[in-house]
Write a protein that binds this ligand. Structure first.
Ligand code: NDP
Ligand code: X2W
Length: 352
């Protein structure tokens, strides 16, 4: 028998990498009880068969997806599904009174034409989609508090946007000069078997992909334009790197004021993130490592200025599966429920 004070939550897509992170975080969260896990090909399996390492703590079986039954049992539902599925499920859950946190791209876009063009999916949920809020707490905390439907940004966008936001909001850079070069571990591609994610393909090599064409470009541009106060573009290039977890985004842009030095920018970044407990702006000359962020909901940011070129260089490191995915969603839940933002979210990584 669960604690009646605890909020009942469910996860659709619990067998994936996002799902298993959520199971871990929600299991340790003092204010929630995980009562439902659902999936597709994994339906009917016990969670301990899928993930034997947590079978001693999680005694649940993956169930079929019956939205009415889920809404009857859960106040909050997390969706950890491939892009294009959440938008067919969230409307029913919202209409039945659930709060919904979606890990996919379905509720991240203000302009659904942009979404459809990049994700090749027509939308029939416009009224519900109009109520969704972009789930990056450091930028949209107040709006998240008021919403029942959150489109949580993913790993590349979170690292990139937290890195560039103070520069754009304060008008410190020439917007069109912004270049984002990002590297991701292979878990960013999810748990499904795909050839390019095999150890033999991804190890001992480094490659860029979707150059000038990655679907996160319009998402990053949407938020950058909001911060800059006008439409803008960015150059975004992702790379697959032979490690399991972590993302490092390195951002380059030309400063409007060539007199600004590193110390000025660190002061500005610290002020910008003073109410954001998961962003750690590093002191002079210290640059972030993904290893520090792994296992935590933190984003480490380092700032440098090249006085020869008048460019600022910002480095932003996160755990793609936590601050870049499941932890972000739990952080949003804490805000929606009026709980302490840090609740149930790890701040201390394992090292080395
Ligand atoms: N991996 C990452 O670093 C990040 C991923 N994201 C996003 O989060 C979402 C989940 O990603 P991730 O956890 O990596 O994905 P995985 O591929 O690891 O897991 C996908 C999940 O979706 C379920 N699923 C697949 N097809 C269907 C279907 N037709 N109907 C119902 N359930 C289905 C699977 O269930 P089953 O096994 O039962 O078939 C599985 O639980 C994606 O939208 C992704 O873009 C966001 C940020 C970072
Ligand atoms: C390494 C790798 O394959 N990464 C994924 C991004 C994962 C992710 O964050 O996806 P969403 O933000 O869209 O949810 C990719 O490039 O497609």
């Amino acid at each position: 028998m669960g604690d009646p004070e605890q909020v009942k939550v469910g996860i659709i897509g619990a067998s994936g990498y996002g799902g298993v992170q959520l199971v871990r975080l929600l299991h340790d969260h003092p204010k929630v009880e995980l009562v439902y896990i659902g999936g597709d090909s994994s339906a009917g399996k016990s969670y301990s068969d899928l993930y034997p390492h947590i079978g001693h703590l999680v005694d649940l079986t993956v169930e079929k997806i019956d939205l009415d039954a889920i809404a009857d049992r859960c106040e909050v539902v997390f969706l950890g599904l491939p892009n294009g599925l959440a938008c067919d499920m969230a409307p029913t859950l919202i209409e039945k009174g659930c709060k919904v946190l979606d890990l996919s791209a379905d509720y991240r876009f203000e302009n659904l034409e942009t979404y459809s063009a990049w994700y090749k999916k027509e939308r029939h949920d416009r009224a519900i989609a109009a109520t969704a809020v972009y789930g990056l707490p450091e930028l949209y905390r107040d709006r998240i508090r008021e919403s029942d439907l959150i489109g949580c940004p993913g790993c590349y966008c979170t690292a990139s946007l937290l890195g560039i936001a103070p520069l754009l909001k304060q008008g410190l850079i020439v917007p069109e000069t912004a270049i984002i070069d990002a590297k991701s571990g292979t878990s960013g591609g999810g748990r499904q078997a795909r050839t390019h994610l095999l150890l033999a393909e991804a190890d001992n090599t480094l490659t860029a992909y979707s150059v000038a064409a990655h679907r996160h470009t319009p998402e990053i541009e949407q938020v950058c334009s909001d911060l800059a106060g006008h439409d803008m573009m960015v150059q975004f290039t992702p790379h697959l790197i032979p490690m399991v977890r972590g993302i490092l985004a390195t951002i380059y842009a030309t400063l409007r004021d060539p007199g600004l030095v590193r110390e000025d920018l660190i002061t500005i970044y610290n002020a910008f993130y003073r109410s954001s407990p998961f962003v750690r702006v590093l002191p002079n000359g210290i640059y972030p490592q993904t290893k520090w962020a792994v296992g935590t909901n933190l984003c480490y940011i380092g700032v440098e200025v090249d006085v020869r070129t008048d460019r600022v260089i910002v480095m932003s490191a996160i755990d793609n599966l936590i601050k870049g995915q499941s932890g972000q969603a739990v952080q949003c839940l804490n805000i929606m429920m009026g709980w302490e933002e840090l609740l149930g979210l790890p701040q201390l990584g394992f090292y080395p």
